[in-house]
Design a protein around this ligand. Structure first.
Ligand SMILES: Cc1cc2nc3c(=O)[nH]c(=O)nc-3n(C[C@H](O)[C@H](O)[C@H](O)COP(=O)(O)O)c2cc1C
Length: 158
């Protein structure tokens, strides 16, 4: 049985996720992309993966940057998610950011973040799988996540 892509999206959309803004730095330029196709891959060595669609501008930016940070968004950061998901500038101007080791922008109010060196790019159909080795990270104790479920933003019940 083959599933059409709409049905695949609908089914896998039931798998609730958090939302990240992946960031990178290419020379003086910063670049961000909203992403939920991310996961912790390995503890030893510490690896994460970020899946990026092949079409679009982001793939080349993240390859050229050679590094990426994953900024895990809090429930108050939906606007930032939209900014990096829809058409428009993808730099971090006007946002409160810092850097750790690689220079990829880290959102000051992120719920958590990891800063990674790009180790490998693996093929994955119409996406590529960016494997990053974590070189720094952090998360404050408090905060609540922005969630994505069935194609919509969601939040934990309070
Ligand atoms: C909640 C959410 C999660 C997303 N996750 C991903 C993802 O994991 N990988 C991806 O390539 N695009 C993802 N997107 C879409 C990108 O954020 C969007 O296409 C972005 O504008 C990419 O820019 P580009 O097309 O210029 O590369 C997601 C969008 C949303 C709203």
């Amino acid at each position: 049985m083959t599933l059409d892509s709409k049905e695949q999206r609908r089914i896998l959309g039931k798998f609730a996720t958090g939302v990240t803004v992946a960031s990178t730095k290419i020379g003086d330029e910063t670049w961000g992309m909203t992403a939920n196709a991310v996961t912790s891959l390995s503890l030893e060595p510490p690896l994460v993966i970020l899946c990026i669609q092949k079409e679009g501008q982001s793939r080349a930016k993240f390859e050229e940057g050679g590094c990426f940070a994953l900024n895990i968004l809090s429930v108050d950061q939906q606007e930032i998610s939209d900014r990096f998901a829809f058409k428009g500038p993808k730099d971090f101007s006007g946002l409160d950011t810092t850097t750790a080791k690689t220079g990829a922008p880290i959102l000051k109010d992120a719920l958590g973040w990891v800063d990674c060196q790009l180790k490998e790019i693996l093929p994955g159909g119409d996406h590529d799988i960016f494997v990053g080795e974590i070189v720094a990270g952090g998360a404050p104790e408090e905060g609540s996540p922005l969630l994505y479920f069935s194609g919509k933003y969601a939040k934990l019940p309070t």
